[in-house]
Design a protein around this ligand. Sequence first.
Ligand code: AMP
Ligand code: MG
Length: 468
Amino acid sequence: VAALLDLSVDELKSPAFAEVFAGNRVLPGMQPYAACYGGHQFGQWAGQLGDGRAITLGEVVNRAGERWELQLKGAGPTPYSRTADGRAVLRSSIREFLCSEAMHHLGVPSTRALCLVATGDEVTRDMFYDGRARAEPGAIVCRVAPSFIRFGNFEIFAARDDTTTLGRLVDFTIERDFPEIEGNGADRRIQWFESVCARTAVMVAHWLRVGFVHGVMNTDNMSILGLTIDYGPYGWLENFDPGWTPNTTDASGRRYRFGQQAQIAHWNLAQLANALVPVFPSTESLEAGLERFASTFEAEQRRMTAAKCGFTDFREGDPELVGDLYTLLHKAEVDMTIFFRALADVDIARPQLEPLHAAFYAEDKRAATQSEFAAWLARYAARASIDALPEQIRRARMNAINPRYVLRNYLAQEAIDLAEQGDTSRIDELLEVMRHPYDDQPGRERFAQKRPDWARTRAGCSMLSCSS
Ligand code: AMP
Ligand code: MG
């Protein structure tokens, strides 16, 4: 990310860099601000919110002519902090830092992370809101994106009946961040909303492809650019379960569970559409955008699912084949990431279950579903053989879309445990692994293994709260 900003290694090592990115120094030309926005949280209009602990330092245009905004998270109070402290703890900052980069390298649209600075301050948090507050080390992440504008930035002006500013923000956003959109006036705005819907659909299709659960898909956490933003109580599917959410704050309703993310994205876009009504010529033009979400999501999901299975396209019968697979993976507690890599290793001329064994969490469930998996694998092999791809090509294609390495919840937690004891080497090591998620990395097999038993119920591994 430093290279994107044309920062040299010497600059990264300078005391000035640490001062600026610890939030202690404003350089000439920087114009720090915190943004005001509103949002729908857990299905309800939550009124005015805002960057409670995010401060944009300014923007940089690099030598390639790209514009990037730099934003500190956790540097202290802002006008929108309400009663909170504006700080962030080390554990959540490590999680944001590593996951932003892991997502980017997986090919999932995301905000990026430049650096992680330990502040030396203590920050008090009650992790499970149960009266057991403790002092934790503080940290600041600098995130980087072309824009941090959220759905909620539009919703707030609609809520205030400020149509003039709402329209100006729409045109500003189009002008600055959607240069590919041509035309003018109402037509341009209509194309823009369709583009926002399409980008959001692509993002969510990628989440489902890699097994990512955002955890808090409130409209204030939805980027207008379709970037994954605000890494809080997110998690990665290990044993495949569409009903899973890592967010303990959402445990009762599980609104933001893995398998519901597309519906929630659509619901969030509908809230954005409602906010935009006063500056659009008709509600039909906004409905067209929402339809674009549905069609883009379906097309992307079909394309990605076919590729995950090593098929050249998604044909008749494939939705049933894949649907049956997901039912089986759920029932038998199978690790999604390991399974798809292993599926590439199955010889479709002589399909055997053996390569898939390592993906099962429970030996009894594996034994109990053996015949069902054998039957499914025979159907899969028959289907794959229709494409008549050479085995090496099928394997290479599958391995280019099914990651070997994802930021498993327990891997991040191990890095956090070490860092809290002063050893930050695991953060560097994990970052390096996550930069090449589709490559087999000899010597780093341990980072591709399924969740160990100790992590099944451990806080930070399977359960996370919004406290950060
Ligand atoms: P986040 O998890 O960063 O999306 O935070 C959710 C909302 O609460 C955002 O509007 C934040 O600005 C706000 N918030 C969370 N933690 C703090 C904090 N320590 N100080 C101020 N605002 C916070
Ligand atoms: Mg947020």
